[in-house]
Design a protein around this ligand. Structure first.
Ligand code: KIV
Length: 312
């Protein structure tokens, strides 16, 4: 079967020149990475938002480099076509250029990231430029930058008012000139995002920045409706997994308590299974897990999982 063409920084620039929109999404583990890759996203961001949606924190500030590397490595294993971008966590690059270079290098070398993202404007243009020269592509991130939560006085829309808007435009231009291959525009008025998108050569990726950006990004847990309490204006829910997951698990709990699960179909018998009935490998390829069952011993006794063409 033909290998999928990997999304590169060149692909993304070409997409902008051809007015094709870029679809980016966050993921934090191999299973979600695999699914969103199969769904056709162009970029998978291992965002430091994991500090909130995975770790349950109130903000992204406590996330460490080691945690980012751990999640990046998992996501990189699941992505075949999409570009994998690792987020630089708070204080991994702010104290010195050397910190930034060393930590960006770790995300690529140890985490398998193909690019890094860092929050901040013109102040980080020099770091961005150094990283690009080393060979590490950089995605900028301006507007509402969650790592500056305390400076901003909360998660608030940025760039309202002439001076604030001008500062964001200047930041975008500085990052573009420094060599950033894309810039995330978060939480800014859509008119401002449109102006920046026209002004810079690299693609802009919006989140809460309207439809005139070159692409869009959402946190996967928000898009899937995993947190019923979190409903900001910029998030569109494409599913309500909070309800669906709870319902499925409630059904499992009931069946376990009633002794309905496992039934005959989901149990092993003394007799050896027929040869070649269902290879264990297909369960792995479809994202299944062994949960400690020896593949050889399980063999054809695995539950058949339909194999799509790309799994072959
Ligand atoms: O950490 C993150 O997920 C992000 C995106 C929301 C852009 O920075």
């Amino acid at each position: 079967m033909k290998a999928l063409q990997k999304v590169t920084i060149q692909t993304l620039r070409k997409m902008k020149s051809e007015a094709r929109k870029v679809a980016m999404i966050t993921a934090y583990d191999a299973s979600f990475s695999r699914l969103v890759d199969q769904a056709g996203v162009d970029i998978i961001l291992v965002g430091d938002s994991l500090g909130m949606v995975v770790q349950g924190g109130a903000n992204t500030l406590p996330v460490t480099m080691d945690e980012m590397i751990y999640h990046c490595r998992s996501v990189a294993r699941g992505a075949e076509r999409a570009q994998v971008v690792g987020d630089m966590p708070f204080m991994s690059y702010q104290a010195s250029l050397e910190d930034g270079i060393r930590n960006a290098g770790r995300l690529v070398k140890e985490g398998g990231a193909e690019a890094v993202k860092l929050e901040g404007g013109a102040d980080y243009a020099e770091l961005a430029s150094r990283l690009c020269r080393i060979g590490i592509p950089v995605m900028g991130h301006i507007g509402l930058t969650p790592q500056s939560l305390h400076q901003m006085g909360g998660f608030k829309v940025q760039g309202r008012g002439e001076a604030a808007a001008k500062k964001i435009v200047d930041d975008a231009v500085a990052l573009d000139q420094a060599g950033c291959y894309a810039i995330v525009l978060e939480g800014i008025p859509r008119e401002l995002a449109g102006e920046i998108t026209k002004k810079v050569g690299c693609p802009t990726i919006g989140i809460g920045a309207g439809s005139d950006c070159d692409g869009q990004v959402l946190v996967i847990y928000d898009l899937l409706g995993m947190n019923e309490e979190f409903r900001p204006k910029f998030v569109k829910r494409y599913d309500n997994l909070a309800v669906r997951i709870r319902t499925a698990v409630e059904e499992y709990v009931t069946e376990v308590r009633m002794g309905v699960f496992p039934d005959e179909e989901h149990s092993f018998s003394k007799e050896a299974p027929p040869q070649n009935a269902t290879p264990y490998g297909s369960a792995r390829a479809a994202g299944g897990s062994s949960h400690g069952i020896d593949p050889e011993a399980a063999g054809a006794a695995c539950i058949p999982i339909p194999i799509r063409p790309r799994d072959k």
